[in-house]
Ligand binder design. Structure first.
Ligand code: ZN
Length: 487
């Protein structure tokens, strides 16, 4: 028996038995209809085009052109349906939904829709994550685009080229059409200035790239010394030592950010910039935040969000570690500065699972906030697999245990391998519970690159075999992340 669906305009389109339609994907524009189907559960998805299918590459089946989800077909579809292109979100309350496997966007869309009031960044990946997952910036955007097409998302959305360190990184992401560029000048932050004695700071300040800063030590002092600024009750005042410390610590990072900004502005009319120093070793003080924002502004940089390095620890995949009272006291002042010197958003990097921080961030930013998540969607994928394919989950856990000590090198985490059980020691029923245990979460989280390299095909097949299970986990998990920001 033929299974058929009513497709607007073109009447009834017949496809072979077993084909599955994604009903929210169906869209008709200028007498051409587009929708997503797959041939069987677990099979790859294809784009179906009925009508003017000229720019698409595919195989004809009656009235329908069936097209692979290739980069060329993604580009052709974006050209036809403008809402499939990422765009600037300005100062809207926003959340980044990084997705290392490329299958999570439908779950993210469902959560954002359910919660409402949040501008989404559906594509977000750093060059480091690209290297670990073997994906390109273009694939990251395309995967997110197919996901939002599947769910019929038509509102504005962004694509975040995360943690860009060089102009070559920028160029890759400009070519792929990103809308939001996160510049990470962390390699140019001098963490030793945080505690260096005054005489050492003097030398560091003299050695700053004054030409690139379009400034001089005297000019710097004239702007900041002997003046006191007041922002919503927060008073900002520099001594010659604290000014030298701020300049020594962040001067090169500011010059690098300005260079990255100008490199972008030379290529793009429309883009958003974030400056992030979240992955540096020493916290950004309120005065240093003030200094960074003033200096970037002086150099003509325009940015939409900024990620200081906050006090305490934002470790991957687990809640905030540190004093919440101290965090709140500092964060409130950072938020006041972001309002006064922008306004721009404060960005929460490694924002996954920081449930105790969300209410504080929401309260003090009054909506001027951007939440970044990434690895937590991968952990939800593992949680889904722990339920549907315990054998595969055990293989992933075994590999993660084996790789953890090596893979953790570029991350700050306190999880201990000794607290993670061996696969054989856990019953099937208890496997999903490992995703609620601190050490296991971090061991599984950090080893994603090794797991994707060795077991990626099996993992993707397992998730595609039961998509709804994965989407349901994601939706529930992201609602918990987003609700505190809109209440
Ligand atoms: Zn980050």
């Amino acid at each position: 028996m033929l299974e058929d669906w009513h497709i607007p305009q073109s009447g009834r389109v017949q496809l072979l038995p077993g084909w599955q339609l994604y009903p929210r994907s169906v869209v008709e524009v200028e007498a051409t209809t587009y929708f997503l189907v797959r041939q069987a559960v677990g099979a790859g998805k294809v784009l179906a085009v009925v009508g003017d299918a000229a720019p698409f590459e595919g195989e004809r089946q009656g009235d329908v052109l069936l097209c692979s989800l290739s980069a060329a077909n993604a580009a052709a579809l974006r050209a036809r349906l403008p809402w499939l292109n990422p765009q600037p979100l300005d100062l809207a309350l926003s959340a980044g939904c990084g997705d290392r496997l490329g299958l999570a966007t439908p779950g993210h869309v469902r959560a954002v829709r359910a919660v409402g009031g949040i501008a989404p960044i559906w594509a977000q990946q750093s060059i480091r994550e690209n290297a670990r997952t073997g994906r390109t910036p273009q694939q990251v955007i395309d995967d997110a685009m197919w996901g939002l097409f599947q769910e019929g998302w038509r509102e504005p959305w962004g694509a975040d080229a995360d943690h860009l360190k060089t102009t070559a990184d920028v160029d890759l992401c400009v070519a792929a059409g990103y809308s939001f560029y996160t510049v990470d000048p962390g390699d140019h932050v001098d963490n030793t200035a945080h505690t260096a004695p005054a005489e050492e700071l003097e030398g560091k300040v003299r050695a700053l790239p004054w030409d690139r800063l379009e400034d001089s030590p005297e000019g710097l002092q004239a702007r900041y010394l002997d003046c006191r600024s007041e922002v919503e009750g927060v008073s900002i005042e520099f001594s010659s030592v604290s000014l030298a410390r701020a300049a020594a610590k962040y001067g090169r990072a500011i010059a690098h950010t300005a260079q990255m900004y100008r490199h972008l502005a030379a290529q793009l009319d429309q883009f958003e910039l974030e400056m992030s120093v979240d992955e540096t070793e020493t916290p950004t003080s309120v005065e240093e935040h003030w200094f960074i924002a003033n200096e970037l502004g002086r150099l003509g940089v325009r940015w939409v969000s900024l990620a200081p390095r906050y006090v305490g620890s934002f470790e991957k995949g687990v809640d905030y570690i540190g004093s919440l009272a101290e965090f709140e006291a500092q964060f409130a002042q950072h938020a006041a500065i972001a309002r006064a010197l922008g306004p721009y958003k404060l960005s929460l990097h490694s924002g996954s699972d920081k449930f105790s921080v969300y209410p504080i961030a929401a309260r003090h930013t009054r909506g001027l906030v951007h939440l970044k998540t990434a690895g937590t969607s991968y952990l939800e994928a593992l949680r889904a697999v722990a339920g549907t394919d315990p054998g595969l989950f055990r293989d992933i856990l075994a590999l993660a245990r084996e790789r953890f000590e090596v893979d953790r090198a570029t991350y700050h985490v306190s999880g201990q391998l000794a607290n993670v059980p061996t696969p054989a020691a856990v019953s099937d029923a208890d496997l999903p519970g490992l995703l609620d245990q601190f050490d296991s979460r971090q061991v599984l989280h950090l080893t994603f690159g090794s797991v994707v390299a060795a077991l990626g095909a099996r993992l993707l097949a397992a998730l595609q075999g039961d998509e709804e299970a994965y989407y349901a986990r994601l939706e529930a998990h992201f609602r918990r992340h987003l609700v505190p920001f809109v209440n």
